[in-house]
Design a protein around this ligand. Structure first.
Ligand code: NAD
Length: 427
């Protein structure tokens, strides 16, 4: 089948490359010409394991990239909207990018002959596809949904860092649609994937994505709260959670306490669900606490630091790990951001190291010092805060010798070195 993918970020570029890999003809559309040039040259616009290889294999053959909506929509049968859905100031969902992409699709549908299906893959709150996207498509195309074009919602569950693997090996595929025909066409695209397709309506498909992310975020905040209590009681929370996770009703994953969750999805999606709940007159106390616990965790890092080394004015603090998690260069909502903000507010000098995310973090903190190796960031530091669970941090040992004071506060339980003054965030 011929597919157009609108938005070539983490979700769009992976969706496009993976659909090409299973034999579909794919056109990527983005407003960012640089990204389109990279994709056409077979180069990944983001760091994502395996994506570069797929783009290299398919670019210029069954995968092309363009900024031209008209040719892309006219030459394909199905369009996936994969643009960003950031948080508005009040935490609710900002649909302005979805609106722009939808209007561009609708304008081409007005001139296109034949049936076309528009699929929302961006994470959008329940009722968005039916009450926001569909009416915009009808208005801008002058055509009728269900008759002239189909509408579907196909949430994405991939993890950044393992996005290609997750797309190719899904735990679940959810397809919500306004009618049988649209749903059948979208489901057909996934025929090559060995996974049952859950068919449902548009709002249920949207809700499944939010519940999925909110439940995972809840597990993390729950583990963090338990970790904070365990620390005060001198109990190892990791030992507790290992045993708790053996209960077949409780999966052991997402029970590791630490500096909290970040990334482009969990914080924004939980906030968006809170916003939607409030809009319909429901007060979501549990979801609000999930965010509350998550915002408090990074502040505990600097509290421990001050307890250990006192006033931070003029002290050099090394921050190891800037990405919101390992195996990605994505820093969106990284827990390192509130920590560095607080360090700077308290007058500390920050020396930072991350294997992949330094360039992205320079946009937020242009004035702190960045180094190409952990050892260089640690040189002469009064303390070190570990913010991301990069595997290479497990090997750090003699590198800490370069510090002035070997005070290491670990937000991810990743440091194995001996001969340091170590303290874990919740252990
Ligand atoms: P992103 O910000 O990385 O990418 C969005 C892309 O859309 C950018 O390349 C941008 O240039 C492009 N764009 C903006 N306006 C456009 C327009 N009018 N037309 C065409 N392209 C346009 O976003 P992302 O992380 O890929 O997320 C996309 C959606 O998928 C969001 O709703 C997100 O919540 C959801 N999601 C993300 C993940 C993830 O791990 N990142 C996982 C599942 C779902």
């Amino acid at each position: 089948m011929k597919i157009s993918v609108i938005g070539s970020g983490y979700v769009g570029s992976v969706t496009a490359a993976c659909f090409a890999e299973v034999g579909h003809k794919v056109v990527c559309i983005d407003i960012d010409k640089k990204k389109m040039d990279l994709i056409n040259a077979g180069i990944s616009p983001i760091y994502e394991e395996g994506l570069g290889e797929l783009l290299q294999k398919h670019a210029g053959r069954n995968l092309i990239a363009t900024t031209d909506y008209e040719s892309a929509i006219k030459e394909t049968d199905i369009s996936f909207i994969c643009v960003g859905t950031p948080s508005a100031e009040d935490g609710s969902i900002d649909l302005s990018i979805v609106r722009a992409a939808t209007e561009s699709i609708g304008a081409v549908l007005a001139k296109k002959e034949g049936y076309h299906v528009v699929v929302v893959k961006s994470t959008v709150v329940p009722e968005t596809t039916e009450k926001f996207v569909l009416p915009i498509l009808e208005k801008t195309s002058g055509k009728a949904a269900g008759k002239d074009f189909g509408v579907a919602m196909n949430p994405e569950f991939l993890r950044e860092g393992k996005a290609v693997y997750d797309f190719m090996n899904p735990d679940k595929i959810v397809v919500g649609s306004i009618d049988q025909k649209s749903g059948d066409l979208v489901s057909e695209l996934y025929r090559a994937f060995k996974c049952e397709v859950t068919r449902t309506n548009l709002s249920t498909a949207e809700m499944i994505k939010y519940v999925n992310n909110s439940l995972l975020a809840t597990k993390i905040s729950f583990a963090n709260e338990i970790g904070n209590i365990c620390k005060k009681l001198n109990i190892d929370t990791y030992e507790v959670m290992e045993a708790v996770g053996k209960d077949s009703r409780i999966c052991p994953r997402f029970l590791n306490s630490g500096a909290g969750f970040g990334g482009s999805c969990f914080p924004k999606d939980v906030r968006a669900l809170i916003g939607k709940a409030k809009e319909i007159g429901y007060s979501p106390v549990l979801l609000e606490s999930v965010i509350g616990v998550n915002e408090k965790q990074p502040t505990l890092m600097t509290e421990i630091l001050q307890r250990k080394i006192g006033n931070l004015e003029g002290k050099k603090v090394a921050v190891l790990g800037l990405a919101f998690k390992n195996e990605t260069d994505d820093i969106r909502e990284s827990r390192a951001i509130p920590v560095i903000t607080e360090l700077l507010r308290l007058g500390a000098k920050v020396s930072a190291y991350d294997p992949m995310a330094a360039e992205n973090m320079k946009r937020i903190f242009p004035t702190i010092e960045y180094f190409g190796k952990a050892r260089e960031a640690l040189e002469g530091a009064d303390a070190c805060l570990v913010m991301t669970e990069w595997n290479e941090f497990k090997q750090l040992d003699s590198e800490f010798e370069a510090m002035k004071e070997k005070v290491v506060i670990d937000g991810r339980r990743i440091i194995k070195a001996k001969n340091i003054e170590y303290e874990g965030l919740c252990w």
